[in-house]
Design a protein around this ligand. Structure first.
Ligand SMILES: [Zn+2]
Length: 675
């Protein structure tokens, strides 16, 4: 997967095209930054060896929608240039979005493969002639189309309707509970109410979230949290208040008595990563002020927001960051189930093997406390990978397609209603027309009035017609073509194939996971690891894994064995120690029997000197040294040993140590007379 290796002199002779596409005028306005990112790719081309003159920018499509290539001369120009074999490299951000229509995309891939054109996006460089590159590019295209059409549609519907009525059940915040009629009311516990009020008062006084934390900690006041799950449902636990929690509370409009929903929008940026953006209040999906009792007034809420903005605190969310090298598949996707912060990957080399674990250390860093939790990576990676493969099985995709069918059925109902409206308008036109026709021409006043009515009805009909057409078109845009459905179905066989292919690199597997998964929450308990996968589009999967013992625990050899080795090492070689340990019935930390090399590893780990070193210390010499000592050639010394003039001893089957025969051996059974 070496980028430079894919670029040949032939590629460099041709031009590099940077294709800049942003679909709507709105995006053009909003995403100046991403345009800048796209232009950054130019520098990447230069790094790969193209000079500035060879780099052509096509950005004619700015402001056009990407649904088809029909009205996009820029895309067609790109295809034309590539098919003429004039292009060595095509660059774009999330290249699959070059053409939102998959047919266009696959045609471009085909042509790139035929003309040997490379493709670059922010993830890396692809050669469409390479088996895996091609599959990944294809997947990227299909996924981006599937996502465009459907994955997003799932959450919408019931959830939003419930939210509109202010009824959506959300885990109550500290300070609130649901009463027996499922109304959101203040927590009757005076201590909890007091804590919430103290938080707001302290902020009112100090104007800083950090000061609030300090105040609570200086006075040893803990923050109450009600549990809402399991056996301890309803119980209150107390924990240390943290800055992130304070910020969340200050930003939450529910404390001002308002029910809100849809305050943020998660949108895939042109770079393919989800961006959570806070929306202005006018754009919140649901905003019901005075929905329940508040701890502060709405005015105070707004003052607090302004203050926080001044302090420079945003919502305090962190982003997954770019795909990095390394084998931990969930890098950038893991969220800590205990504190909600993003977990980082820690690599370690143990016994020559690179192992990874996910750690939540940030809170520890912020508050100076211990690490929040860590989870050994291997088992989790495997389980999530398996879940991903299962998520893209024909059965799972069928479910998704069924959701579509349902949406389609619901749309049919809506369509009937809309059509009925048009029909009513049409009937009114006919009625007005008949009345006008029946009126006596000599009665001018009546005729004029009837004519005006007829005209009004005609205008209303035209309006209803236009409205109907507009609505139908909007619905149609959501409808996946049968071709798209088919491609989604083939995804089911492609995805597991690429996933299981040993040629697929860890980096590519990570990219594939990111196409499917928003984030993975890990919570480690005594025995289990709870894995909660949030898929793109809102579906979730929960898994429970047996907690593997940590690397340290896994390889830990019982202390008694180490002591045995320490004792034996003064008079036995590693092989002999292994034999002795086995004959005494000892087993390693992993339950295996001992071998010479395994004993050797343990000795090195625990800093135990070996038999050889012990012998050297007690006067035994290596071949060159003994030769020098007795003043002969090393070969002669060897011959002496064979003849029994020198004592010689073999260590671990290779090293020979010598001693003049006059000195008695420490242990007769370990000596042998050379070769
Ligand atoms: Zn944590």
């Amino acid at each position: 997967m070496n980028a430079q290796a894919k670029v040949t002199a032939d590629h460099l002779r041709k031009q590099a095209i940077l294709y800049v596409r942003q679909s709507t005028l709105h995006q053009v306005k909003e995403n100046r930054e991403s345009t800048a990112l796209q232009y950054d790719l130019r520098h990447q081309a230069q790094e790969l060896g193209w000079n500035d003159k060879q780099t052509v920018v096509i950005d004619e499509d700015l402001g056009h929608s990407g649904a088809t290539a029909m009205d996009r001369s820029g895309f067609q120009r790109l295809v034309a240039e590539v098919s003429l074999g004039r292009v060595g490299l095509v660059m774009g951000l999330s290249v699959s979005r070059l053409a939102r229509n998959n047919a266009d995309w696959h045609r471009l891939l085909e042509i790139c493969a035929l003309t040997g054109t490379l493709i670059v996006d922010e993830d890396g460089i692809y050669d469409p002639n390479h088996f895996n590159d091609r599959l990944i590019l294809g997947l990227k295209g299909t996924m981006s189309e599937a996502e465009l059409h459907m994955l997003r549609a799932r959450l919408i519907g019931g959830l939003l309707n419930k939210a509109r009525r202010g009824e959506l059940w959300v885990r109550p915040l500290t300070g609130y509970v649901y009463d027996e009629r499922q109304r959101f009311v203040m927590d009757p516990d005076a201590q909890i109410q007091g804590a919430v009020r103290l938080l707001f008062e302290t902020f009112r006084r100090t104007g800083s979230a950090g000061q609030v934390v300090k105040h609570f900690s200086e006075h040893s006041i803990l923050w109450p949290c009600r549990l809402f799950e399991g056996k301890r449902d309803g119980k209150v636990v107390y924990r240390k208040l943290q800055r992130g929690m304070v910020l969340n509370i200050l930003h939450n409009p529910r404390y001002a008595g308002a029910f809100v929903y849809g305050r943020t929008r998660t949108r895939k940026g042109p770079d393919g990563k989800p961006h959570v953006r806070s929306l202005a209040r006018d754009h919140w999906q649901v905003f019901l002020p005075n929905a329940h009792p508040g701890y502060i007034s709405w005015e105070e809420y707004e003052i607090n927001q302004a203050r926080l903005l001044q302090n420079g605190h945003s919502e305090g969310r962190d982003s997954p960051g770019p795909v990095r090298e390394g084998s931990a598949l969930l890098q950038g996707l893991v969220v800590c189930g205990r504190c909600g912060l993003r977990m980082t990957v820690r690599y370690r080399v143990l016994k020559g093997r690179r192992t990874s674990s996910y750690v939540c250390a940030r809170r520890g860093i912020e508050t100076g406390g211990p690490m929040c939790q860590f989870v050994v990576g291997a088992g989790v990676d495997e389980a999530v990978g398996q879940a991903a493969v299962e998520a893209v099985t024909p059965a799972a995709l069928d479910v998704t397609l069924q959701v579509f069918e349902e949406l389609r059925a619901r749309r049919a109902d809506v369509d009937r209603l809309r059509r009925a409206q048009v029909q009513r308008a049409r009937e009114e036109v006919e009625l007005a027309q008949r009345q006008y026709m029946l009126a006596r021409p000599e009665n001018r006043l009546v005729v004029d009035t009837l004519e005006r009515q007829w005209n009004d009805c005609m205008a209303k009909l035209a309006q209803a017609d236009a409205e109907y057409a507009r609505a139908a078109k909007a619905d149609g845009a959501l409808e996946p073509s049968s071709e798209a459905m088919e491609r989604i179905a083939t995804l089911a066989s492609d995805f597991p194939r690429v996933w299981k292919d040993p040629r697929t690199s860890a980096r590519d597997r990570k990219r594939m996971l990111r196409l499917l998964i928003d984030d993975v929450t890990l919570t480690r308990s005594e025995e289990l690891i709870h894995v909660h996968i949030r898929w793109k589009g809102g579906a979730t999967t929960s898994l429970e894994l047996q907690r593997p013992r940590s690397n340290f625990e896994l390889v830990r050899t019982p202390a008694t064995v180490i002591e045995e080795i320490r004792a034996l090492a003064t008079e036995q070689t590693d092989d002999q120690i292994a034999h002795t340990l086995n004959s005494r019935g000892y087993r390693s930390g992993t339950g295996k029997s001992f071998t010479g090399p395994r004993v050797n590893h343990l000795r090195i780990d625990y800093g135990i000197e070996g038999y050889r070193l012990n012998l050297l210390r007690s006067g035994w010499l290596m071949l060159p040294d003994i030769a020098r000592e007795i003043g002969v050639h090393p070969q002669t010394a060897r011959t002496y040993a064979k003849k029994g003039l020198l004592h010689a001893i073999r260590i671990n089957g290779k090293d020979l140590l010598f001693k003049t025969a006059a000195v008695p051996l420490p242990h007769a059974e370990h000596s042998s007379n050379g070769e």
